[in-house]
Design a protein around this ligand. Sequence first.
Ligand code: CP
Ligand code: NVA
Length: 320
Amino acid sequence: MKTEADPVFAGNELRGRKFLKLTDLSKHELGYLLELAGELKQKHKSGMHEESLKGKTLGMLFEKPSTRTRVSFETGIFQLGGAGIFLNSDNLQLGRGETMADTAKVLSGYVDGMMIRTFSHNVLEEFAENAEIPVINGLTDMYHPCQVLADLQTILEEKGRLKGVKLAYIGDGNNMSHSLMTGAAMTGMDISIAAPDDYLPYTSVVQEALTSAGQTGGRVEVTSDPQEAAKQADVIYTDVWASMGQEGEQGNRKQVFSDFQVDAKLWSLANNDAIFMHCLPAHRGEEVTADVIDGKQSVVFQQAENRMHVQKALMTALMG
Ligand code: CP
Ligand code: NVA
């Protein structure tokens, strides 16, 4: 009989499911995906390829730009024996008023899975409600769960564990802060988010993370003091001050966030063996100084690479 602790069980349970946010996974399923990602990475490095998605297609709909998400999904599905189809709303009938619901129903008849990057999380949910195939969140204004899967894989590789690891996130209470908080709470990490008062993460996400941390032994703290957050951190994480869609606020945000830069002084408050993380793209001289992001303890390119490995695990589990 299959038990919950059995990895095969978790894999089977994920087939056909949607992944719009990290809490769509149980803690056990999250652990399973990270384990599978590690195995697929090792296989990739040794030149072995598993064609677990042979003949399958992933549609990839982008309403915002992307380097990592697009290329990691497209190469990932190719390595698994399938193909990715890049779509953008300007070139689809969506741009001429066809509804998301109709688009979801039509595409469900062609492709085996959809990845979507859009603005409002509601749009993604509307697509998912009308789709009969797995739908993957490739970033919304609310969440970036695929990035955090890769981040958790990277922290595991670097620290050998997640439980009890202290992560300080310094900057905007945005999609990254939301998904990091959720992922940290689900895995028993200790997360401290430092953001300016008017740019704190959503209370609903903080509440949900606090509940989850109560079950895993994790800790969640939100502060407006970056020094307080950075103290004795094992990981310092930051993201851009103006996310995609907020270009018009860039000037104002540069002023508001000026005390939230990860520079050598803030970095010195972290543990000696701390790692620096950033989802990228980065703006050197704004949220992080070049000496920190280009320093020996920065793992930003390892994070970027892990997007491919962990998304291969995700696609295998959902679409296999
Ligand atoms: N980190 C990330 O999602 O990068 P892209 O915007 O390049 O996809
Ligand atoms: N917060 C950033 C993340 C980019 C990967 C944005 O939404 O633009």
